[in-house]
Write a protein that binds this ligand. Structure first.
Ligand SMILES: Nc1nc(=O)c2c([nH]1)NC[C@@H]1CN(c3ccc(C(=O)N[C@@H](CCC(=O)O)C(=O)O)cc3)CN21
Ligand SMILES: O=c1ccn([C@H]2C[C@H](O)[C@@H](COP(=O)(O)O)O2)c(=O)[nH]1
Length: 321
């Protein structure tokens, strides 16, 4: 007779690991094995190239990190702002979203010599429209390219005039509805001709959608990722966009597939890395969309409800400008 002894350990080992393990393992690998290099910001990073993180969106699950609090409403407001096509930080600052303020602030300080505090700069952007017009614009970044990619048409004698802009978001929703099997469902931010005019060239640059068995998946290619700060927002936003597009196309949410080119940790994020790697992920967040807006451009912040999110405390870390 053979007796099978099942250890608690081996049972635990057969359980699916928490999705966030992918993130923590990547963080650990970058910190211990990443190539240490001088980067554009001068802070220095450790970096690995070509990484993937996958998340199953079934049943309303959302990829919100639990090993630190992530301000998903801030990231959601940013996504809604992208979808308006706006590239001025004024509308963000007016909602208390300051994640883009440092870049216009940096330019203002450099060009005027006025060492204004960030909160005063932000308040002035909100209060003074002309000031915002002059100092608050990021150039033709994400929103502009997503909903109004510029086109030009011949105007005779070798001259060109502005044509109708391309709304890639509308086109993708339309192509998903009418031709779901297509391999061309893409929203692209990398407008080569306009990179110089942008405060930062797009990081989350390409979104590709895919329909299989009534489920909508999306793959993001992010050329450059600040794993300590940006990733939490980028992963959330990828899932959020996928959920919104799925709703508009009457599809079930599939998978969010995140891929990163240069994935890095800034050297001044040591205490964040140490603290976060000491924590265990637990629980899983879900999101409901409380109504079905008429189009991709009619969502409001109140439409999103997150449940089951009980994260560990926020870990502050400086942003490299
Ligand atoms: N170095 C760097 N990292 C980024 O993640 C990043 C850039 N630059 N430049 C452009 C945008 C701006 N994004 C940002 C900027 C700041 C935060 C940030 O400070 N997040 C804090 C607090 C968020 C809040 O105040 O609501 C966090 O702990 O997540 C996140 C994303 C993402 N991008
Ligand atoms: O959505 C975003 C936007 C930016 N980042 C990070 C990635 C880099 O750390 C910087 C951008 O610097 P580049 O020299 O242009 O690569 O911002 C992010 O992680 N997510």
């Amino acid at each position: 007779m053979t007796t099978t002894i099942v250890h608690a350990d081996s049972l635990a080992a057969t359980e699916e690991p928490h999705w966030e393990r992918q993130y923590l393992n990547l963080m650990h690998r970058i910190w211990t094995q990443g190539d240490e290099r001088v980067d554009r910001t001068g802070i220095g990073t450790r970096s690995l190239f070509g990484e993937t993180i996958r998340f199953d969106l079934s049943g309303g699950a959302m990829p919100l990190l639990t090993t630190k609090r992530v301000y998903w409403k801030t990231a959601t407001r940013e996504m809604l702002w992208f979808l308006t096509g706006d590239t001025n930080i004024r509308a963000l600052c007016a909602q208390g979203v300051e994640i883009w303020t440092d870049w216009p602030l940096d330019r203002y300080r450099r060009e005027t010599g006025d060492q204004i505090e960030r909160k005063d700069f932000s308040a002035r952007i909100v209060a003074d429209e002309a000031f915002a017009r002059q100092w608050g614009d990021l150039g033709p970044v994400y929103g502009k390219q997503w909903v109004d990619w510029p086109t030009y048409e011949p105007a005779g004698e070798g001259l060109f005039r502005r044509g109708q802009g391309v709304n890639q978001v509308t086109q993708v929703v339309e192509s998903l509805k009418t031709n779901p099997g297509s391999r061309r469902h893409i929203i692209e931010g990398w407008n080569v001709a306009e990179l110089d005019a942008m405060a930062l060239p797009p990081c989350h640059k390409t979104y590709q959608f895919h329909v299989s068995r009534g489920r909508l998946s999306c793959l993001l290619y992010q050329r450059s990722c600040d794993l300590g700060l940006g990733f939490a927002f980028n992963m959330w936003s990828l899932a959020l966009l996928t959920r919104m597009v799925a709703q508009q196309c009457n599809l079930e949410p599939g998978e969010a597939v995140w891929t990163g080119g240069d994935v890095h940790l800034y050297l001044n994020h040591a205490s964040l890395v140490e603290e976060q790697l000491a924590r265990e992920p637990y629980g899983d967040a879900h999101m409901a969309i409380l109504r079905r807006p008429d189009s991709m451009f009619d969502y409001r912040i109140e439409d999103f409800e997150v449940t089951g999110y009980a994260p560990q405390s926020h870990i502050a870390a400086p942003v490299a400008v």
